[in-house]
Design a protein around this ligand. Structure first.
Ligand SMILES: Cc1cc2nc3c(=O)[nH]c(=O)nc-3n(C[C@H](O)[C@H](O)[C@H](O)COP(=O)(O)O)c2cc1C
Length: 524
C-alpha cells in the first residue's frame, strides 16, 4: 500500500479548548510525524493553497445553534464561496453535545458543503458527544491506516452519536427488570440494551423515557366515551401532567363553572391540590360530558406524552441501567400508576428512550479529588454510575457513599454490588443510614454528623460532593449537616481561620463548595 498524502494540515475550530487540545495531540502523535503535521485554527487554513498530496483534517466543535466557533467562521464562509473542491481530501472530527438541539450542527453543515463541492471524505465524519476522548482514541489509529493507504478502514469506521429525542427515540430492548427491595412500592433495577443505537453517554447523564399510557386508564377513558377507538386516539397523549392551557380549554368546552372558578388565581392552592395525582379521566368525570368535550377535540388538546427523565446508574457501553421507584396510589376508588414507571415496569419488550448529557453531575476532571456521594432511595442511581466510572477508569481515589433508606434488611439497594465495589477498592467508605433500624431515627445528615471528622478531611483534600434524592427532604438537611461539620472542624470555607471563631459574614461551606463547582446536586 502506498500512502495517500505527504502532508497533513490539522485545522481546528474551538471555543473552550477541547477541539484545540485534540488537534494538538494529533499533531504530536508519533504515527503522524512522517506526514509533517501542521496545526492551526481553521480560519488560518487556506484551502486553495492545499495540493493533491495534502490531507485536511478538521477537528471542530459546534456552538450557538449548531454554528462554527469564532476561529472557524471565516473558513466556512470561504468554503461556501467556492464552487468546486474536487481535489480536496479531508477527515472531519466533530465535537458536540446532544443536549443542544443542533448536535454537531457546524461539522455536519461543513461536511455537507464540502460534499456538494465534490471534496472527498477519506474517513466517515465523526459526530462525537461529550465522550469525545473515547472516539478520538479509536479514530487516530484509523486515520493513520488511511494515510498509509488503507482507504477501506476509513469507510468502515462509524463513530456517530445519534441525537435521539422525543420525536425520534430509540426503541431499546429491556433485558433486565429486578426488584432491589422487598416492599411496595418497589425499587427496580432496569437494564436496556442500546447496542447499535449510536447513543453515547457517561455516568451522571440522564435517560429520557418516552412512555405509552396505562392500558387500564385508556380503557376507562374509552369506557367513559363508550367508544373503543379512543384507546388508540389517546395512547401517546399526555394524560397526567395537565397544564393550565389544557384546563382552560376544557373549562371553555365544557362550560363548567366549578372548573372555571378553580382556575382563578385566588384558588391556585385548591387547584394544585386537586391536580396532585389527578389524570384526564378525573377531569372528564368531574367537569365534562362526552358531548361537550368530544374525544377528537380532547386528543387535539392534549400534548404528546412528555418524556420522563431518569438518572443513569451505569457507565457508558452497550447498556443503560436505571434504578426506578414504582409509583402507585389510590384516589377516588381507582388505582393509579405513574405513566413512565407503569410503562417501564409493565411487560413491554422495548421502550423508547434517548440520552441527554448532564455535565453538572459528571466526575471532576481531577482524577485524584475524593468523592463524597450522598443519596437516598433511588437517588443512589447516578452515584452507582459514578462509582462504576471510577472502577472503569482504574484510577483509585478516596470515595465515600452515604446511602439513606428505611431498613437494612428490606431496602439495602445494590447491597451486593456495593460490597463488590468495596472489595475492589473502588468504594473506600460506605456509610449506610437506615432510618428505622434502631430505636432512634437515623438519616443521612446524622451519618454526615457522626463521621464529620473523616468527611471534613476529605473536603480539605478537595473532595467533590454529589447529592441525589428528594429535594424536599434532602437538600436542606445535607447542606446544614455539611456546614455544621465544617464549623466544628474549623471551616475550610471563607471567613474563618481553622479552629478560629466564625466571623459575622462567614460563608458557609456548602456555598463555598457550590461556588467552586464542587457541590453537584440532582434533586427531584
Ligand atoms: C454555549 C454553548 C453552546 C453550544 N452549542 C452547541 C450546539 O449547538 N451543538 C452542539 O453539538 N454542541 C454545542 N455545544 C457543546 C460544545 O460543542 C462541546 O462542549 C465541545 O466539546 C466544545 O469544544 P471546544 O472546547 O473545542 O469548543 C455548546 C456548548 C456551549 C457551552
Amino acid at each position: 500500500m502506498t500512502s495517500i498524502a505527504d502532508r497533513v494540515i490539522i485545522g481546528y475550530g474551538s471555543e473552550s479548548g477541547n477541539a484545540r487540545g485534540l488537534a494538538q495531540r494529533l499533531g504530536a502523535a508519533p504515527a503522524l510525524q512522517a506526514f509533517a503535521p501542521v496545526v492551526l485554527p481553521l480560519n488560518d487554513v487556506r484551502h486553495d493553497e492545499l495540493g493533491n498530496r495534502d490531507l485536511l483534517v478538521i477537528i471542530s466543535s459546534s456552538f450557538g445553534d449548531g454554528e462554527p466557533p469564532a476561529n472557524a467562521e471565516d473558513f466556512m464562509v470561504r468554503i461556501q464561496q467556492t464552487n468546486d473542491l474536487s481535489g480536496l481530501r479531508h477527515a472531519i472530527f466533530g465535537l458536540g453535545d446532544t443536549a443542544y438541539p443542533s448536535f454537531c450542527g457546524f461539522t455536519k453543515s461543513l461536511c455537507a458543503a464540502l460534499a456538494e463541492r465534490h471534496a472527498t471524505a477519506v474517513i466517515n465524519r465523526v459526530d462525537a458527544d461529550v465522550t469525545f476522548e473515547a472516539f478520538f482514541d479509536r479514530w487516530v489509529p484509523v486515520l493513520h491506516r488511511v494515510l498509509q493507504g488503507d482507504e477501506q478502514a476509513g469507510r468502515d469506521l462509524h463513530l456517530q452519536v445519534v441525537a435521539y429525542d422525543e420525536n425520534s427515540a430509540f426503541a431499546a430492548p429491556v433485558v433486565e427488570r429486578r426488584q432491589l427491595n422487598l416492599d411496595k412500592p418497589g425499587a427496580w433495577h432496569i437494564r436496556f440494551d442500546i447496542t447499535g443505537s449510536g447513543m453515547a453517554y457517561r455516568a451522571g447523564d440522564n435517560l429520557y423515557v418516552v412512555p405509552e399510557n396505562d392500558t387500564e386508564l385508556l380503557a376507562a377513558i374509552a369506557g367513559w366515551y363508550n367508544d373503543p377507538d379512543v384507546v388508540d386516539l389517546l395512547r401517546r397523549r399526555e394524560l397526567r401532567q395537565i397544564g393550565k392551557s389544557v384546563l382552560r380549554e376544557l373549562a371553555r368546552l365544557s362550560g363548567n363553572d366549578r372548573l372555571k372558578d378553580m382556575l382563578k388565581i385566588s384558588r391556585k392552592k385548591e387547584l394544585d391540590g386537586y391536580l396532585r395525582g389527578a389524570d384526564v379521566l378525573d377531569l372528564l368525570r368531574d367537569f365534562c360530558t362526552p358531548q361537550s368535550v368530544e374525544s377528537a377535540a380532547l386528543a387535539n388538546l392534549l400534548p404528546a406524552c412528555l418524556p420522563r427523565a431518569y438518572s443513569i446508574a451505569s457507565v457508558g457501553g452497550d447498556f443503560v441501567d436505571l434504578c426506578v421507584r414504582e409509583v402507585i396510589h389510590e384516589r377516588g376508588g381507582r388505582m393509579r400508576r405513574g405513566t413512565a414507571t407503569g410503562w417501564l415496569l409493565g411487560d413491554s419488550d422495548s421502550i423508547r428512550v434517548f440520552c441527554r448529557s448532564n455535565p453538572g453531575f459528571h466526575l471532576p476532571a481531577d482524577s485524584s479529588a475524593p468523592l463524597v456521594l450522598v443519596g437516598t432511595g433511588t437517588g443512589i442511581a447516578p452515584l452507582m454510575g459514578l462509582l462504576r466510572e471510577v472502577q472503569a477508569d482504574g484510577k483509585r481515589r478516596e470515595t465515600c457513599l452515604i446511602f439513606g433508606e428505611k431498613s437494612s434488611e428490606r431496602d439495602f439497594l445494590y447491597r451486593d454490588e456495593l460490597a463488590a465495589l468495596r472489595a475492589d477498592g473502588v468504594l473506600t467508605h460506605l456509610l449506610p443510614a437506615f432510618s428505622r433500624d434502631g430505636p432512634e431515627k437515623y438519616y443521612v445528615q446524622h451519618a454526615i454528623a457522626q463521621h464529620g471528622g473523616q468527611l471534613h478531611a476529605m473536603l480539605e483534600q478537595g473532595a467533590h460532593v454529589y447529592l441525589c434524592g428528594n429535594k424536599q427532604h434532602l437538600e436542606q438537611a445535607v447542606t446544614q449537616a455539611l456546614d455544621a461539620i465544617a464549623m466544628r472542624n474549623g471551616v475550610q470555607g471563607e471567613g474563618v481561620e481553622p479552629g478560629g471563631e466564625p466571623l459575622a459574614d462567614v460563608v458557609p461551606l456548602s456555598q463555598v463548595l457550590m461556588r467552586s463547582g464542587r457541590f453537584h446536586r440532582e434533586l427531584y
